[in-house]
Design a protein around this ligand. Structure first.
Ligand code: HPA
Ligand code: ZN
Length: 322
């Protein structure tokens, strides 16, 4: 069986961060916008470090200005995911970038994205669900509007709420208003933590926001008591090893803590985060994990089961995927 053929479920993917560079370049050309600073000599996205990554990400995203643009983006992203053997994808959607977190505008973007997702599902069988995110470095006040958008559109497609952006900005408890609103609307919760912040950041996301999954969370490995807590409570980590290596969190795949976390009983999953930015794909993640840790079919099956268990979709959808 080739790596492509393993059925994969991806739980941590930023929609704009999955945009192929050629797609963004094409839109910029259509709209006569100059975003040449976004790209390097090889035509791919170029950035120096995580702070610069966030700037380049927002600059690339600036060419996406209409519901139709986002529908085309969903089509391009799901085509690529399906080609990597992904059968289920949970994607972070940011109302801040889709009509400035105005609820009426957000509904139009969402409608266009859902239509594109339905076409992709009919063609390739891939199932998409959306996790609305607020953006941490925009601050807690600005996080209220995306939470309202999420609460207003919670349902079979918008199944979760989360927080992305610069983890070093503010504290999780600053965002409780937004997370409480999302929880009351029936949404499942996740937060980026334990990537640029250490174990404390993970502890606080769990204690103060009540999340059941952590985006990244890998720095929990630095605190044995926290590792035990994660294993005992079943909090699931959305691990993105290629992203962590590309951003220099770990010097190599071999030094990535995903295998240690697994061995200590933590439920881990594997995702790509922002694949073209980090020169990765789900197939590449699987290949590198096989090379670094000797993972085989049984290991990948366990990862897929963890993801199916932890997915925010309803039981009927899980039944179709199982
Ligand atoms: N991490 C945090 N915030 C983000 C990312 C990411 O990889 N992509 C877009 N926003
Ligand atoms: Zn992320």
């Amino acid at each position: 069986m080739s790596m492509r053929d393993f059925p994969k479920l991806e739980l941590h993917l930023h929609l704009e961060g999955a945009a192929p560079p050629a797609f963004i370049r094409g839109l910029a050309r259509e709209k006569s916008v100059d975003i040449s600073g976004v790209f390097g000599a090889d035509g791919g996205y170029a950035f120096r470090d995580f702070g610069h990554f966030l700037q380049v990400y927002e600059a690339a995203t600036s060419v996406l200005t209409t519901p139709e643009d986002y529908a085309r983006l969903v089509t391009a992203v799901l085509e690529e995911s399906a080609a990597n053997g992904v059968i289920y994808s949970e994607v972070f959607l940011s109302p801040d970038f889709c009509g400035g977190s105005d609820v009426a505008a957000w509904r139009e973007y969402l409608h266009a994205m859902q239509e594109a997702a339905a076409r992709a599902e009919a063609r390739d069988g891939i199932v998409l669900r959306g996790v609305v995110t607020c953006i941490r470095h925009f601050g807690p006040e600005r996080a209220r509007a995306p939470a309202l958008c999420a609460a207003e559109t919670a349902g079979a497609f918008i199944t979760g709420f989360g927080i992305a952006g610069d983890e070093t900005a503010g504290r999780p408890r600053d965002f409780t208003w937004s997370f409480d609103l999302a929880r009351e609307a029936g949404l499942r919760l996740t937060a980026h933590a334990g990537e640029w912040g250490g174990p404390v950041s993970v502890r606080e996301a769990i204690a103060d926001l009540g999340v059941e999954r952590i985006g990244h969370g890998v720095r929990a490995a630095e605190d044995p008591r926290l590792v035990d807590q994660l294993a005992e409570t079943g909090v699931v980590l959305e691990v993105c090893p290629g992203s962590n290596v590309a951003l220099g969190l770990y010097p190599s795949w071999q030094r990535h803590p995903i295998q240690t976390l697994r061995e200590r009983g933590v439920r881990v999953t594997v995702s790509t985060d922002d694949p073209p930015f980090f020169r990765t794909s789900m197939v590449r993640e699987y290949e590198e994990l096989a090379r670094a840790f000797g993972w085989e079919a049984g290991d990948f099956l366990e990862i897929a089961r963890n993801a199916l268990d932890a997915a925010f979709c309803d039981a009927d959808t899980k039944g179709r995927l199982a």
